[in-house]
Design a protein around this ligand. Structure first.
Ligand code: CUA
Length: 330
């Protein structure tokens, strides 16, 4: 069980908090941990072992003196657990209010929409208009040293959004808008994971937060607001045509489910692919882009069980052309 925590790229690693809220959650964890380890585990288990050994039955003569009712002892073993519970409860309740507080000042708002099994991000203030927000998937870009107010919405079942090094964990419930604040202090990549069982590929519903300086973030947002790059290479042009209108042995064109801004592709089922080549991962941040793109195109449900993207039974030529097109969508 301990070795299971040593996975390469394990997002659950919360030992190194990288923002004020994560540090606050970490300090609460340590308080509760030691309140459980010292009085409960060490003292209670130690006393249990001591009494089991000391008063084990060797012969009838070994029976200890029996007493019934001892007011001072009963008062003591009521007060001690109450004190331990207070040590756990007071900081826990204080943190509930601290985490629920909406950040003030220069806040960036992001709406996170959870899907089975990937994350969609909408930046209402960064798109051309509020009804046309900037849209990303799986990799959430944020500026450092600035509170990011995340509004969590679900498109299907209950999920939970969790980036351990940046904040606490929050459920994503259909029909509700929950909130979470993320704050990163250093540029870098912070791994996250859906933390509520949500179906077959729950474990494949990962995410990555990419924290950057405000200048880098502004440049990123500006590039993301552009329409998709037009292919010029003949293979990529063929790929675009297949993407928009291709009928494959295993299903209809990619444009039925995906949007690519600036083209007739306006599907809303899967992630926006307008700038897919600016991302480093696909498929719920579990596969590398572009390294695993071919395996994904050939058989998505094999890579992510239960994937809504079916096996389109693409031919080698179709895979080559689609890859050429997608890899150009920077
Ligand atoms: Cu989404 Cu588990």
């Amino acid at each position: 069980m301990v070795l299971a925590g040593c996975a390469r790229n394990a997002p659950q690693d919360a030992l190194d908090p990288a923002g004020p809220l994560a540090r606050s959650a970490d300090s609460l964890f340590k308080t509760v941990f030691w309140a459980a380890v010292v009085p409960i585990f060490v003292i209670v288990e130690g006393a249990l072992l001591f009494f089991v050994l000391r008063y084990r039955q060797r012969s009838d003569k070994d029976a200890p003196v029996q007493t019934h009712g001892h007011t001072p002892v009963e008062v003591i073993w009521t007060i001690i657990p109450a004190a331990i519970l207070a040590v756990v409860a007071v900081p826990t309740i204080a943190k509930i209010f601290e985490f629920a507080k909406r950040p003030s000042g220069d806040v960036l708002e992001v709406t996170v929409k959870a899907h089975q099994w990937w994350w969609e991000y909408q930046y209402p203030d960064l798109g051309p208009s509020p009804d046309r927000p900037l849209i990303g998937a799986n990799e959430l870009h944020i500026p450092i040293d600035r509170p990011v107010l995340v509004t969590l919405e679900s498109e299907d079942v209950i999920h939970a959004f969790w980036v351990p090094r940046l904040s606490g964990k929050q459920d994503v419930v259909p029909g509700r808008k929950n909130h979470l604040t993320l704050i990163a202090e250093e540029p870098g990549e912070y791994l996250g994971q859906c933390a509520e069982y949500c179906g077959l590929s729950h474990a494949n519903m990962r995410l990555k937060v990419i924290a950057m300086t405000q200048d880098d973030f502004d440049a990123w947002a500006e590039a993301q607001a552009d329409p998709a790059v037009e292919p010029t290479d003949p293979l990529a042009m063929k790929g675009k045509e297949l993407f928009l209108t291709g009928q494959f042995a295993g299903g209809a064109a990619c444009s039925t489910c995906h949007v690519v801004e600036g083209t007739p592709a306006v599907g809303k089922v899967g992630p926006s692919l307008t700038h897919v080549a600016s991302r480093t991962t696909i498929a719920g941040a579990t596969l590398d882009f572009p390294g695993d793109l071919e395996a994904w195109l050939r058989n998505p449900p094999e890579e992510k069980p239960g994937s809504k993207m079916p096996n389109l039974k693409l031919t080698d030529e179709e895979v080559d052309a689609l890859m050429a097109y997608l890899r150009g969508l920077e």
